[in-house]
Write a protein that binds this ligand. Sequence first.
Ligand SMILES: [Fe+2]
Length: 478
Amino acid sequence: MAFRAGLILGAAQNILFQAEIGPPMTQDIFGQETSLSSAGTRKSWDAAQLGVLAHSASTAEHLGAVLAAAPGFVLGQAIKGLSLLMLGRSELLPMAREALKDAKANYDSALPREQRYVDALEAWLHGRPSRSIQIMERVLTDFPTDTLAMKLSHGIRFIMGDPKGMRESIERVMPAYAPEHAGRGYLLGCYSFALEETGSYEKAEVTGRQALWMAPDDAWGLHSVAHVHEMTGNAKQGLDWLEGREEAWDHCNNFRYHVWWHKALMHLDLGQADKALVLYDTEVRKDKTDDYRDISNATSLLMRLELNGHAVGNRWEELSELCANRTEDGSLIFADLHYLLALAGRDRKAEARRLVTRIHEDAKTRNNEAQERMASPGCHAANGLEAFGDGDYTLAFAHLTRARKDMQLAGGSHAQRDVFERMTIDAGLRAGEFDAAEAILDDRRAKRAGGEDNYALARRELIAAGRSGTDSQSMPAE
Ligand SMILES: [Fe+2]
């Protein structure tokens, strides 16, 4: 009886909600026609879109308000589903499928632009995020100033490890943006990051600064400038850039922990491990979640500290505990490799072995693009990390060097993947492979426009010491 009453109430609500969806006579904040006819709901939708662009913690609240008022708004349902997929957690797939179902129920009443977002969600749920990118690019062909589509293409390309595509996508739409367009600052923030990831550091810094001037809450643009300093070996300038600009990322969801992570990396490079650890405890790991982005910040920072010879106490334990429960996930090789950092070589050898085995199983299955990444770079990278944990540096170096040529496909940024690069170099050093380790250092320097950080300078000293017969097994404590 209660179920029937619920159905009747639901039907009545649907009639009320449908009144929120009207003919396409209005535009959203980015000048795109929308099927939302209620001014109040449009306001929430504008806030939700700006929230996505600024990585704001309030985004879910605004999107929730939109979908509560207009559950038949298919673009909102699609964004809900796509946002769930971006979290890289297999247990969220049913919710994403539910969002697709809700979007499909009203698909025919949506505008063609809105329908394509649903198509993008469906493609990703079929395991083809590259197809989702193509669909977003079709939106941008017809609606180049749809800033939300730009951000989605940018975001999925980031996950898929396609910086060249990120840059080309933005350069294609940029001429269409008027100076006063509400999304232009965020567009520049994304462009700055794409420039940085493709090695155009000077232009990236100028563009990022301009982005933040136009959109003071553009945490992505702010963080892009931090990347420039990281990549060019300018930790001090990076700290100067971040210092006093906390307001630009205070409003963020867990992306704010990532910005703090960048700051901790800069302290580490300056030999200020104590400051890095304080930031780890107070900011980077403030919320002890098992979100893969939070885990990647934490595990890669602890690993970098240890590679430099710093003790990190019992901080691995809570990470290992959480990562032991993620061995079957398989959403993203980027996430898996960071889970493995918390398992390999610790009291979690069985879980580490299980995770490596599962990566190999997925690589054989290759049912989707995530599993293709498990095959390459996943298998060799996972074997290498496991061997590193076991202290078999010869084997670790052999696997990690084979994974290295494809590591871009693991997704994320150069700065994030640098933890694997450092482990490769350090494995080489510990295995006595000085020439090969030096060649990787040279290649790493070339990719950084010649900028060399203190990590690399310390390794070059170790190589020199190793060649002259000094003990090469000890890593420097800075
Ligand atoms: Fe970053």
